[in-house]
Design a protein around this ligand. Structure first.
Ligand SMILES: [Zn+2]
Length: 554
């Protein structure tokens, strides 16, 4: 029996340090007995593509998940996507097909849950908050047991005003959420001897986003006052997760244990970058004059988020009808752009700095002729190399990637044309925030006091890093190993469950695995294209709120 515990955004450095200090006894033992090392995430290291690559053993170009939104075709819109948009089979379905019993709890990007030889509770992309329906569970009958154990929490909290009270409440809710998940998972794990079970915790990611400034005295955002109260917050959550690992091991009695994260973590610096503002400065983007409509959309959205109670918000957005949640997000991202004078534009996502070419034939008001595409990509790359830190003069963009350099497969066209890898001066990240048309002048500036504190629309004090972690005990050669990639875990899981590893994967069985594993028949690994299930407007609204609470969208 293989037990997998996913710790979203868990950092190898933090886990190693606190394990050695005796704060994480279960992980300490696991590091001592197992194989472990850094785990390279997808580029950029974000939750949805990361876990999708984990599940499929393929790069985003093959599974089609680059983010939890996707550009819609024919307009400058975005839509929320979910597990039904994934184009490659998951490790769970492969295990099920091989007759293995599988239990999966809380993995992002698994809504709607797939019918398995076992059970599944989908992740935070689940568009329900309450008992109202059982759509997030397979089989649906399980919902009554889950409710009896306290429900499965999906990180629903608002955080515009991130004062001390908010942090108190957030920490309490994170710790309570871990306990509830453990309670729900324990009952299911004890029910039968599963072949493979996975429980995912997002709390390690959330706490690091919001509490980094209290825990890292080296951070440019360090808050010494807050540190007196919250200086131990991240470690406290890691310790609670360590206890959770112990409890889950007791319940499942596994022969193998894999603890892994989808990406690592670090601190955010004090510099804010506005990519569209820089594109404007370099003549590649033009703002509309006035831009009243976009400002109204932005103000209306912020106002509704800030002041309306959650239930009224949902009602409001439902009454407004249509795809308003997505439409508002689209208006927010592309506010005030004059498409007729724009060759390149960015969605300005902090966790996914990237640029689209305003390509004729693809974009509704595209101005770049297909034969000029390469030249404009080069122009953008040159412009990005000129984006300098005002203090040090050093380049902010370390590398500009063409999407074809990062991704391979039939779905590469869903990725932005250019993906930017930003520098990490002194180890701290830049924060990309929306230019918002008229409200800001400089492309790079120092964060205001409010922005330093974080909270919605302000960026956060902790940010993602490329290397997550893995620790694996069982039939493995123990010790530290380099070079593991998140795509390697899917074939590794199959091998550990004695299921043949299919061809056509981007990952390989980790070399620390000490088993003769079989290669399976080469089988087509792409799914059909007709089964995407879009969210209803109210569901999209709920997902949007949750993504905001997690700091993904502004
Ligand atoms: Zn995160």
């Amino acid at each position: 029996m293989l037990l997998i515990v996913g710790l979203d955004g868990a950092s190898l450095e933090l886990a190693r340090n606190w394990a050695e200090a005796g704060r994480l006894p279960h992980l300490r033992r696991l590091f001592a007995e197992g194989a472990w090392g850094p785990l390279r995430s997808t580029m950029p290291p974000a939750t949805f593509p990361g876990w999708a690559t984990f599940m499929t053993g393929m790069n985003p170009g093959r599974h089609g998940i680059f983010d939890f939104t996707r550009r819609t075709t024919g307009d400058y819109g975005v839509q929320f996507i979910n597990g039904s948009y994934r184009k490659a089979p998951t490790v769970w379905s492969r295990l099920s097909e091989a007759g293995k019993r599988v239990a999966v709890f809380g993995v992002p990007g698994t809504y709607p849950p797939e019918p398995l030889n076992g059970c599944m509770i989908s992740g935070f992309d689940t568009p329900v908050t309450v008992k109202a329906d059982a759509s997030f569970v397979y089989p649906p009958e399980l919902v009554a047991e889950i409710e009896a154990d306290g429900g499965f929490p999906f990180a629903d909290f608002q955080e515009f005003r991130v004062d001390r009270d908010w942090h108190h409440d957030a920490l309490r809710r994170l710790l309570a959420g871990i306990n509830t998940k453990v309670r729900v998972a324990e009952r299911q794990l004890r029910k039968e001897r599963w072949d493979c079970a996975m429980v995912l915790f997002g709390e390690s990611d959330t706490v690091a986003h919001h509490f980094w400034r209290f825990c890292d005295p080296g951070s440019p955002r360090y808050d010494a006052d807050g540190a007196r109260e919250f200086g131990d917050a991240i470690c406290t959550v890691y310790a609670a997760l360590d206890r959770a690992i112990g409890d889950l091991v007791d319940a499942a009695r596994p022969d193998g244990l894999l603890v892994c994260s989808d990406h690592g973590f670090g601190g955010a610096g004090a510099s804010i970058v506005h990519l569209n503002r820089h594109l404007e400065r370099t003549g590649l983007l033009r703002w509309r004059r006035g831009g009243l409509a976009a400002r109204v959309a932005r103000t209306g959205k912020s106002w509704a988020l800030r002041w309306l109670p959650a239930r009224l918000q949902a009602r409001c957005f439902r009454l407004a009808g249509g795809r308003l949640a997505s439409a508002l997000e689209s208006a927010h991202r592309f506010a005030n752009i004059d498409w007729s004078g724009t060759q390149a534009f960015s969605e300005e996502l902090n966790y996914f700095p990237s640029v689209w070419i305003n390509l004729r034939g693809r974009e509704p008001a595209g101005v770049v002729a297909p034969e000029d595409y390469d030249q404009v990509c080069d122009d953008v790359a040159t412009a990005m190399k000129d984006l300098r830190d005002p203090e040090s003069g050093a380049p902010i963009v370390a590398r500009v990637w063409r999407r074809g350099e990062l991704y391979q497969g039939p779905w590469v066209h869903l990725a932005p044309d250019l993906v930017l890898e930003l520098a990490l001066p002194q180890g701290y990240s830049y924060t990309c925030l929306p230019s918002r048309g008229v409200s800001c002048r400089e492309a790079v500036r120092v964060a205001s006091r409010a922005e330093m504190a974080g909270g919605k629309l302000n960026g956060m004090s902790g940010s993602h890093r490329d290397d997550g972690m893995f620790v694996l005990s069982g039939p493995v050669r123990p010790g530290e190993g380099a070079g593991a990639n998140i795509a390697d875990l899917m074939p590794t899981i199959l091998a550990l469950c004695d299921v043949p590893v299919p061809g056509g994967l981007d990952g390989r069985v980790l070399p620390c695995v000490d088993l003769p594993f079989r290669a399976g028949p080469l089988k087509s690994s792409a799914c059909g294209d007709g089964d995407e299930q879009a969210y209803a407007p109210e569901e999209a609204r709920l997902i949007e709120r949750r993504l905001q609470a997690l700091g993904y969208i502004a």
